[in-house]
Write a protein that binds this ligand. Structure first.
Ligand SMILES: Cc1cc2nc3c(=O)[nH]c(=O)nc-3n(C[C@H](O)[C@H](O)[C@H](O)COP(=O)(O)OP(=O)(O)OC[C@H]3O[C@@H](n4cnc5c(N)ncnc54)[C@H](O)[C@@H]3O)c2cc1C
Length: 387
């Protein structure tokens, strides 16, 4: 980040190690992502497997987990990595979030020792890709109503149903699938080459085009008993995974906003209209100042939540505060930046419209803004207004 954008001098409040991790990821994004991401986005094709291996080499996959080849980094360090990745593109942060905070975390937190040994080391290196199937075609914000069923047949489980809008599904080696059983919701580590599993890519996305998204069909998928995640009991298990991933989004969204604002300050200082730089107009400076204030507030919030997480004191509704605020403000910043770039704002030559379009997905996934408002509202009032 340019020094001028760090209005509150947050940089010195990071440890030396945190700054080092951030700088390494920033360099990776500069070298490996920025030169290509506009093409990946335009083509709707991203070399996700190749990138996953590069991210794995740097220890970014399951970075905040311990053991099984995971880096065991702090929550703040993981957040900083998410911020840098999403400054490149929300799709790449999604790749890392889904792999580490959803698929790997579910296995790490709720899996058997055998499941951990089987999947986590290869997922940490990026050799194996994971996905997380909770959303269904007819059940998004309300996963408690899920229709996917898992029934016992002898020692085996048989899964039937479908999952929709699943990041990484078409390229995944393993899917963590949540299904209803006679005893309530349970999780399963499903190898994607199991007979009866098919994954189809969702096309014509206008957002997160540098991310692979798919539908998973489960047609009488027979799994051995040991595919079930033994410690995952009830819906609170997948919801706890979502809290992990939402935490990364709190940081990531700020990265996308920062990239928009940096681009826009540079543009506005170099483009001249009416005989002076755009940045010299008071109306432009008012926009820039308001955006910079929201950016630093978002960074402060992310850092505060990160410090709470490292102290093991972070609560889910606090993550909702961060996700609601930072994604909403990042999207507002991206849209405002776009106005300052004028016609160039709609061009893929600049990252601003790409970030804005991406943030539309980020606003919706991992709990929509409305769902986070309901979480916070419940905390404030003691009343559940979900249904
Ligand atoms: C690019 C992308 C990637 C995704 N990746 C994954 C993934 O990897 N794994 C996964 O499981 N899912 C994934 N999702 C799905 C995502 O989590 C859901 O889209 C999200 O939970 C919302 O569900 P829905 O789209 O069915 O919307 P709905 O639940 O139908 O909601 C539609 C609208 O109604 C509002 N609404 C719903 N209920 C209420 C209520 N009680 N009160 C007020 N308003 C309400 C919502 O806030 C929203 O504005 C992804 C989505 C996208 C776009």
């Amino acid at each position: 980040m340019t020094a001028a954008l760090d209005l509150l001098d947050l940089d010195p409040s990071l440890s030396e190690e945190e700054r080092q991790i951030r700088d390494v990821v920033r360099q990776l994004v500069d070298d490996r992502v920025r030169p290509h991401v506009a093409d990946w986005y335009e083509d709707g094709k991203v070399p996700a497997r190749e990138l996953a291996r590069e991210f794995g080499k740097l220890g970014l996959l399951g970075m905040h987990l311990t053991g099984y080849g995971c880096a065991g980094a702090s929550a703040v360090a993981y957040g900083l990595a998410c911020q840098e990745l999403e400054a490149g593109d929300s799709g790449l942060r999604s790749l890392v979030s889904v792999q580490g905070s959803l698929a790997m975390y579910a296995i790490w937190r709720y899996g058997s020792e055998e499941q951990k040994q089987r999947w986590l080391p290869s997922m940490a290196t990026g050799e194996a890709i994971g996905c997380f199937g909770l959303t269904e075609p007819d059940h998004g914000s309300d996963p408690a109503s899920m229709a996917t069923r898992a029934r016992r047949d002898g020692d085996d489980w048989v899964l039937t149903g479908g999952k929709m809008w699943i990041t990484n599904a078409p390229i995944a080696d393993v899917a963590v699938i949540w299904a209803r059983t006679d005893e309530g919701v349970r999780g399963f580590a499903v190898p994607m080459d199991t007979p009866g599993v098919t994954a189809r890519e969702i096309r014509r996305k206008m957002s997160l085009r540098a991310s692979v998204t798919g539908e998973i069909v489960l047609d009488d998928v027979r799994l051995p008993a040991d595919a079930q995640l033994p410690e995952a009991v009830g819906l609170k298990a997948p919801l706890s995974c979502l809290t992990e991933a939402r935490y990364g989004i709190v940081w990531g969204a700020v990265g996308a906003a920062r990239d928009c604002l940096e681009t826009t300050v540079a543009y506005a200082t170099s483009r001249t209209q009416f005989g002076r730089p755009l940045a010299g107009f008071q109306l432009t400076q008012a926009k820039l100042a308001d955006m910079a204030v929201e950016l630093v507030k978002g960074q402060l919030l992310a850092l505060h939540l990160g410090r709470l997480a490292d102290a093991r004191r972070l609560r889910p509704e606090q993550v909702s505060v961060g996700k609601l605020n930072n994604v909403r403000e990042a999207l507002a910043i991206a849209r405002q930046c776009r106005t300052i770039l004028g016609a160039n704002g709609v061009s893929g030559e600049y990252p601003v419209m790409r970030h804005a379009n991406n943030l539309e997905s980020v606003l919706t996934y991992e709990g929509t803004s409305e769902i986070h408002q309901l979480v916070i509202g419940q905390r404030l009032t003691g009343l559940s207004a979900f249904a």
